[in-house]
Write a protein that binds this ligand. Structure first.
Ligand SMILES: NC(=O)c1ccc[n+]([C@@H]2O[C@H](COP(=O)([O-])OP(=O)(O)OC[C@H]3O[C@@H](n4cnc5c(N)ncnc54)[C@H](OP(=O)(O)O)[C@@H]3O)[C@@H](O)[C@H]2O)c1
Length: 317
């Protein structure tokens, strides 16, 4: 495993992390604690030391499973735990209450990275009220670093102006070979400011691997049934990109998931956190690190990705 410094933190993290939304069975289907623990254990064995969860994943269940696994495996001092406060809980009092509950569910004294999951879209809480509450939590040693998620750069910048002693260290956003709107404004801003992009859905929820097609959609009750990317038209639009991913997989003796992640980690500012439902998927994803696509192959894949991603539509009816 390779390691890098994550954004404006001093955390030396494995070149890919692990997202544990998959511990939320309402979204992703059956997951018991023992399987969740085996996923965390395998990830750590392979050198992965950064885990991303959120309060809303399974209404606290993902945090509980992650915290319990880390504790039972004796990993607390060896791994970093990132979690998120939903956009509905951004009032000062709610930020404190949420973090207290999250520390309890995770079983940790301090949360390494607390992220605002999405902006306060519906409650109109002033951004500085939330940011100053987070800064106070850093001061008190209950949180180590602050991040945002799903913030446009203008709002991220506004949030930074509220802080006087610390800064926003990371920005977690959708980013993969099929969904690249972050390229337009967000990534240039993050690059200029040394803020890491933590890429969510780096495998496009499995779509970039080619295992799902218009005629072979994920299970009926899966979160992906409502994801615009999994509309048959979009999966058909994605076909040229998937063909290129598969061609490169064959050429390099790698899997499609490994090609998709390796494309992404060429950029030092981008940090993928693929989710996994089995220890085998963790191992496969960890195999994206430690080698590189050639310059020419990377550029060809990047070009097709730019063309195809512009044709994806999020309109569902
Ligand atoms: N901040 C946010 O708003 C936000 C939003 C979404 C996600 N996230 C975070 O980002 C993490 C990752 O995103 P994600 O879960 O949406 O999507 P993802 O990482 O792109 O895809 C994960 C899914 O792809 C499949 N998969 C995993 N490894 C694979 C492999 N090697 N080969 C083939 N298929 C594989 C698995 O599902 P199947 O086996 O069922 O196909 C898995 O559930 C989440 O766990 C969460 O921590 C954050």
């Amino acid at each position: 495993m390779d390691y890098i410094k994550l954004g404006k933190t001093d955390m030396k993290v494995s070149r890919i992390g692990l997202g544990v939304w998959q511990f939320d069975e309402y979204a992703w289907g059956p997951m018991d604690y023992e399987r969740a623990k085996s996923i965390v254990a395998r990830a750590y064995e392979l050198g992965i030391n950064f885990f991303d969860t959120a309060a809303v994943y399974g209404r606290g269940r993902s945090e509980e499973f992650l915290g319990r696994a880390v504790r039972e495996l004796g990993l607390r001092d060896r791994v970093y735990i990132a979690t998120k406060i939903p956009g509905d809980w951004h009032r000062r009092g709610d930020v404190f209450k949420s973090v207290e509950n999250q520390r309890r569910r995770l079983g940790v004294d301090a949360i390494d990275l607390i992220q605002l999951h999405w902006p306060s879209c519906w409650h109109n809480v002033p951004i500085c009220e939330t940011m100053k509450a987070l800064e106070e939590l850093v001061d008190r040693g209950l949180v180590r670093y602050i991040g945002v998620s799903n913030y446009p750069p203008q709002l991220l910048e506004a949030g930074r102006w509220c802080l006087s002693k610390t800064d926003i260290a990371t920005s977690q956003n959708r980013y993969n070979l099929l969904e690249r709107d972050a390229d337009k404004e967000l990534l240039p801003y993050l690059r200029r400011n040394g803020i890491a992009l933590i890429a969510w859905s780096p495998l496009a929820k499995g779509a970039v691997t080619g295992k799902y097609t218009a005629d072979n959609l994920p299970a009926f009750n899966d979160v992906r049934r409502n994801d615009p990317l999994f509309q048959p038209d979009n999966l058909r639009t994605a076909e040229p990109l998937i063909a290129e991913v598969k061609r490169l997989a064959a050429k390099y003796g790698k899997t499609p998931a490994q090609i998709a992640l390796n494309w992404m980690i060429r950029d030092p500012i981008i940090y993928p956190i693929p989710g996994a439902k089995t220890p085998e998927q963790v191992a496969e994803n960890a195999g994206a690190v430690g080698w590189s696509l050639s310059e020419a192959d990377w550029a060809a894949l990047d070009k097709i990705s730019r063309e195809v991603s512009e044709k994806i539509s999020y309109v569902t009816f």
